[in-house]
Design a protein around this ligand. Structure first.
Ligand code: NDP
Ligand code: 2IT
Length: 450
């Protein structure tokens, strides 16, 4: 079949997706990218076409929408929206994070849940895909307000989840503090201590390395991509966006491996530290963001470096870019600027941080581009390891978990290479999409029309 015929099929498929899911732009974007990779593959493997696997995989198995009423510190009643998207359980219980951010809506969570299905399959562990969250904004809220909100959220969610059904974790706005409050309320409602959430504290069932896993994993993935050219992170200049969980531990690992991280950001702007964000400065960032819950601008005041209000770091000269904040944070112009300035590795810690036009620029330039569903899979992979440890009532050491994480990132890279190898470069987008698809699709075929 010709490329034009594939394009036509993609367009027809997307017209149906858009008609069925109006207004969900990010969901359309995520499905479109996958459909472009998969439609040619499905043409060569007609068993998937006959069973309408692509149509089925793009429809959540279940969507739960609920009200979250809570009372703020002033005694006023607040109401938020709650969601859990149970996307696909062909290869394991639904698994994926919770996002608390004012921009959260159905389309955003469906895009994240859809990506999660392929990502979780790539980890080689038995996890289906899901995602959830709320339009609640944790910024500026007291610990008590966050606790009351989490308790109300779980008071509805608890009846839908369980260690063999659906296992949520963190994402934007949901870290150790929130997982603690959510777990406490689940335990109280069910009267059972079980691995229903991952990202738990070390003392109460959490896995070592889970907080670090996404940032470490995205760095290991960059290293694997560089290896294909006989290179490494050592000596490279790295631009990172975000300053939350993923950005912090990517900074730690890049620095440990001999790279130099020169930028971090938040939704207000970015800092540029030419000398690099070393261990001591990173400890300051961690305290600033995780304890004080302050703004990245304060880093510039403390260390006397540049701060660019309202901007993203993609104009800074670097070898490696790691977008670790949010979706669509690199557009076509940013991608061109990065490449013009010498950047030739993009490893995505965030989910879908590059627009489709930016991805096109990377693919045309044949740089080393690791899409989020491959590069950031280390987080959910260690969540999978946390689930195993909970089932065994046992815990592995830091070294054991880190070693398994490195193995998994290597395996993911190998799958991307296997399915994405083209004449003169590796198309990691195609590799991750097809590599993630096959196991889920075969499981769906085996399980019949369900
Ligand atoms: P955090 O909440 O810890 O940090 C998010 C960071 O991104 C903050 O610096 C935040 O700035 C910034 N940010 C969030 N939204 C926006 C926005 N709309 N515009 C600009 N900056 C923004 O989240 P994580 O570090 O956990 O998540 C970051 C990314 O990584 C997300 O895309 C998430 O889906 C993805 N991811 C996370 C995993 C995990 O294990 N946590 C696993 C795999 C992927 P501010 O404080 O100003 O909001
Ligand atoms: O996007 C992601 O993979 C996550 N937020 C982590 C999910 C998880 O279940 O650990």
């Amino acid at each position: 079949m010709s490329n034009n015929a594939y394009d036509k099929q993609v367009q027809e498929f997307m017209a149906r997706i858009k008609a069925k899911n109006p207004g969900e732009d990010e969901f359309h974007q995520a499905v479109h990218e996958v459909a472009e990779s998969l439609i040619p593959y499905i043409e060569e493997n007609p068993q998937y076409k006959e069973a309408k696997i692509l149509e089925r995989i793009a429809e959540p198995e279940r969507v739960i929408l609920f009200r979250i009423p809570w009372v703020d510190d002033k005694g006023e009643v607040q109401v938020n929206k709650g969601y859990r998207i149970e996307m696909n359980s062909a290869i394991g219980p639904y698994k994926g994070g919770l996002r608390f951010h004012p921009t959260v809506n159905l389309g955003i969570l469906k895009f994240l849940a859809f990506e999660q299905v392929f990502k979780n399959s790539l980890t080689t562990l038995p996890m289906g895909g899901g995602k959830g969250g709320s339009d609640f904004d944790p910024k500026g809220k007291s610990d008590n307000e966050v606790m009351r909100f989490c308790q109300s959220f779980m008071t509805e969610l608890f009846r839908h989840i369980g260690p063999n059904t659906d296992v949520p974790a963190g994402d934007i706005g949901v870290g150790g503090r929130e997982i603690g409050f959510l777990f406490g309320q689940y335990k109280r409602l069910r009267n059972e201590f079980t691995g229903v959430l991952t990202g738990k504290g070390r003392e109460w069932g959490g896995s070592l390395i889970r907080p670090e896993a996404t940032g470490y994993g995205a760095t290991y993935f960059a290293e694997e991509m560089l290896k294909t050219r006989g290179e490494s992170i050592k000596g490279k200049t790295v631009a990172i966006s975000g300053s939350g969980n993923v950005a912090q531990f990517a900074t730690e690992k890049v620095t440990e491996m001999g790279g130099k991280v020169v930028t971090l950001s938040d939704s207000s702007g970015f800092i540029y530290d030419k000398d690099g964000i070393d261990e001591e400065k990173l400890a300051y960032v961690m305290h600033l963001k995780n304890v004080k819950r302050g703004r990245i601008r304060e880093y510039a005041d403390k260390y006397g470096v540049e701060y660019h209000e309202g901007k993203r770091p993609w104009g800074i000269k670097c070898d490696v870019a790691m977008p670790n904040a949010t979706q669509n944070e690199i557009n076509e112009e940013d991608a061109k600027t990065l490449i013009k300035n010498g950047c030739y590795v993009v490893s995505e810690g965030a989910n879908m941080p590059s627009t489709p036009e930016a991805v096109e620029v990377y693919l045309e330039s044949k740089i080393l581009y690791g899409p989020g569903k491959a590069a950031n899979a280390g987080g959910v992979a260690v969540s999978g390891l946390e689930m195993s440890q909970n089932s065994l009532r046992f815990s592995w050491t830091r070294e054991e978990v880190d070693e398994k994480l490195q193995r998994i990132m290597k395996d993911i890279h190998a799958q991307c290479e296997k399915f994405g190898k083209e004449e003169d470069f590796i198309n990691y987008v195609k590799g991750a999409n097809v590599g993630g698809f096959v196991k889920v699709a075969d499981a769906m075929l085996a399980q019949g029309i369900v």
